[in-house]
Design a protein around this ligand. Structure first.
Ligand code: FMN
Length: 386
């Protein structure tokens, strides 16, 4: 499977084309919209999230509630576009272009590098596409992938472990309970004490015109052993997931299982010992490596964390230099969130879901959903008898 996205933050719409989906995947628009709505929530988000209620339009590849096997095209309208028609005009509007030109790059954004690289004197030509608005369509792609995962009894969830200086306690709940708690929490945090402290910290950052980053954790349950491969660097699934996470706007790091902590421990406290029983086949006593060995899934849950830097647009602006006058200026302010970690957690879940669905279809190539399920079920039986 593959996908492409197109669209600017204040353009008329965002577009997604997903190619390679098997036929007969039940396609419920409500499930796609549900993921989009989850991305729009979260304590600390700016005003735009109140203006826009993202809803997907399905334009092709789905008929009578199921995929046909043809490319699926989805679009999400930018409701705000009506106010941006002139600024985002496709036809030349020289006066408007000059009046609305942005010449002050914001530190931490793609503005300056993109302007130099693509030779734009108006940085809107960069920021419109580099905006995290694009993650809407990556969530939509993940939501499509989840339709396949759901049919294969694979589930994906996520929660927030840290916002700024506040770290959540590790709490062990059954799947239904922790995912429900994350869903109810305004900051997607399972620890109620940390949740309150995170919200207070966001309020404080907002008051001071500052911003906050954090850490999100994504967990995938039900993956069979052997997705991905050890045989070549670009087939290693943990590496692909790492790329998917770091490709999310503002994500700067990734770790699996105990992650960077592995550097501090001896090997005996890192590797997961192997067990076997008639009922379960091969399992691990622990899951410190987060479900991966040799670029392949071990069959244990995948546990991956991503680190998000604080949002770069600050109401208390950082210093920058005007590209025309070369004079120092306070960086220009686009409407901005003060903390988007809870929303980014939803993006992370969905980019991971996409990678798992792709790996599944690589191992079990299928034109129809039933072909996929039959191969997977046979494989699961073989694994149990191995
Ligand atoms: C869900 C989400 C929402 C974001 N919202 C904003 C925002 O409102 N303002 C902002 O300056 N950056 C925001 N960002 C981060 C920027 O898009 C990102 O830092 C920028 O594109 C530069 O990319 P880089 O940080 O990956 O280098 C957001 C990121 C995500 C994932």
């Amino acid at each position: 499977m593959r996908y492409l996205t197109a669209g600017e933050s204040h353009g008329p719409q965002l577009t997604l084309i997903v190619e390679g989906l098997p036929s007969h995947v039940p396609f419920d628009k409500k499930k796609i919209d549900h993921q989009l709505a989850r991305r729009q929530k979260g304590y600390g988000r700016g005003r735009r999230m109140q203006i826009e209620k993202d809803q997907v339009q399905i334009l092709s590849g789905v008929r009578f509630g199921e995929t046909t096997g043809a490319p699926v095209a989805l679009v999400v309208e930018n409701k705000d576009w009506t106010h941006w028609k002139k600024v985002m005009s496709i036809d030349p509007l020289p006066e408007e272009a000059e009046k609305r030109r942005i010449s002050r790059p914001r530190p931490g954004h793609a503005d300056l590098n993109g302007a130099i690289k693509y030779d734009h004197r108006d940085m809107r030509d960069v920021l419109e596409r580099s905006s995290a608005r694009e993650t809407t369509m990556r969530v939509a792609a993940g939501a499509v992938a989840r339709l396949i995962l759901e049919a294969c009894d694979i589930r994906v969830g996520g929660h927030v472990l840290r916002i700024g200086s506040v770290e959540a306690k590790r709490l062990d709940f059954p799947w239904e309970e922790w995912t429900a708690r994350a869903e109810e929490s305004p900051v997607r945090c399972l620890d109620p004490d940390a949740e309150q402290q995170m919200m207070a910290l966001i309020d404080q950052a907002k008051k001071e015109g500052d911003s906050l980053g954090g850490i999100v954790e994504v967990i995938v349950e039900g993956v069979p052993v052997g997705l991905g491969s050890h045989v070549h660097w670009d087939r290693k699934l943990d590496a692909r997931i790492a790329q998917a996470i770091v490709s999310i706007n503002a994500f700067k790091g990734v770790e699996f299982g105990i992650g960077f902590e592995a550097a501090r421990r001896p090997g005996s406290e890192v590797h997961d010992e192997i067990e076997w029983s008639e009922a379960t086949g091969f399992t691990r006593r622990t899951n410190r490596l987060g479900g991966f060995e040799g670029g392949m899934t071990t069959g244990e849950p995948i546990v991956v964390r991503g680190v998000m830097k604080p949002i770069p647009t600050l109401y208390k602006p950082l210093n920058s230099v005007d590209i025309d006058s070369k004079e120092p200026f306070a960086a220009s302010i686009e409407r901005s969130d003060s903390c988007a970690v809870p929303a980014a957690c939803v993006v992370a879940e969905n980019v991971v879901a996409w990678e798992i669905a792709c790996a599944l279809l690589e191992k079990f190539p299928a034109d129809t959903l039933n072909e996929l399920k039959e191969q997977l079920n046979r494989y699961r039986e073989r694994v149990l008898r191995f």
